[in-house]
Design a binder for this molecule. Structure first.
Ligand code: EPU
Length: 333
């Protein structure tokens, strides 16, 4: 069974099982426990954050739970329950049409809603955890349902308990979002204000749909379309270093991009990779994108091992040049 993945890597699994409701998931789990008890189990969304190093010798479970349901509202906010199998960007587009705001900056991020909650996707100064109210999931071991309030999800920059302690233990079924009825654009991320001006728009009259289109334009200009060139978006996390380390580096590189983080200073991995000379370079069929060095691409026919080899070479050079250990953002399978 061929497995969907945006890197465009040709891999197979023993079986692929989809489910479109909690009941269907419980039935699927019963089949898995009976027929495939000895095989490992992997939960995937659209495969937009996975790097398969080889064929998967187990069973893949994929959510097709759909549904966008307004659960509650006040004069200022809505609580919306979304099936984990909904496409994230489709939900964002619909939310804007219905006057529910807060997700505009996440426009065009590939993947499903469930994966967005696992990965704590983020862009242009907004992270999924800013708008998630609750996450629901079902235990793969016994089919029981569990609900986590946002504060219980262990959210941090591209991090959550679902990626760590609970990895492979629960299938996310629904995510409840808390969105605003008032559009308050978040434009503090470098480049957005300039892009709005360049588009001939004004900050004071900007609509949510206009902001969405600006974000889509920036992403399309910088990031390769997985349908044309296999990739998984940012391959590495932006590293967080101590204030002292950042100060030292700024002495040598005064123009180095840097942002305040909860502990220390966040640097731009793309900038570090470019400085290490890797932007636009390739190693066999694996390459570093020529417009955003944080993205590794499959130039055609690459295996997971080819991408991994490139990842290791970049990590080594960045470590040698800057003494910084880059950490992949994608999950290696
Ligand atoms: N930069 C370079 N060279 C490069 C790439 C970037 O010098 O090749 C510099 C840019 O000029 C800028 C800074 O690095 O000063 C930051 O670049 P950018 O604004 O493109 O964002 P990023 O930090 O590289 C992060 C997210 C993206 C998200 C953008 C926008 C991570 C790992 N990545 O990238 O997320 O879209 O910010 O908010 O945090 C993803 O997760 O797949 C993803 C694309």
């Amino acid at each position: 069974m061929k497995i969907e993945n945006t890197f465009g890597i040709n891999v197979k699994a023993r079986a692929l099982i989809t489910y479109d409701s909690e009941e269907a998931l419980r039935e699927a789990l019963a089949v898995i426990h009976e027929k495939y008890a000895d095989l490992p189990l992997l939960l995937i969304g659209c495969g937009s954050n996975l790097l398969f190093l080889s064929d998967y010798r187990g069973v893949i479970l994929k959510s097709e739970i759909k549904g966008i349901l307004l659960k509650d509202e006040t004069a200022d906010e809505v609580l919306v329950e979304v099936g984990s199998g909904e496409i994230c960007d489709d939900f964002i587009a619909q939310a804007i049409r219905r006057g529910w705001y807060g997700m505009e900056n996440l426009s065009l991020i590939p993947g499903q809603i469930g994966a967005a909650a696992v990965q704590n996707i983020g862009a242009y100064g907004v992270e999924a955890c800013n708008i998630i109210d609750e996450v629901r999931g079902i235990s793969l071991a016994d089919g029981t349902e569990h609900t986590w309030k946002c504060t219980e999800c262990g959210y941090d920059y591209r991090q959550s308990i679902f990626k760590e302690k609970l990895w492979g233990k629960y299938a996310i079924t629904r995510v409840i979002f808390r969105l605003s009825k008032h559009f308050v654009p978040k434009l503090h991320y470098g480049g957005l204000i300039k892009a709005i001006e360049q588009a001939g728009l004004s900050e004071s009259t900007l609509t949510a749909e206009q902001l969405r289109q600006i974000i889509i334009g920036i992403r399309r200009a910088k990031l390769p379309d997985p349908a044309e060139q296999g990739n998984a978006g940012s391959f590495f996390k932006n590293p967080i270093v101590s204030e002292e380390k950042a100060k030292q580096m700024l002495k040598e590189y005064p123009d180095m991009p840097h942002y305040p983080a909860s502990e220390g200073v966040k640097l731009a991995a793309g900038w570090l990779i470019e400085q290490a000379g890797w932007k636009g370079k390739s190693l066999g069929p694996a390459a570093v994108h020529d417009r955003q060095a944080l993205v590794l691409v499959n130039r055609g026919g690459a295996t997971g091992r080819d991408i991994q080899r490139l990842c290791e070479a970049i990590k080594q050079d960045v470590a040698d040049k800057f003494g910084i250990e880059l950490e992949p953002e994608v999950n290696f399978i």
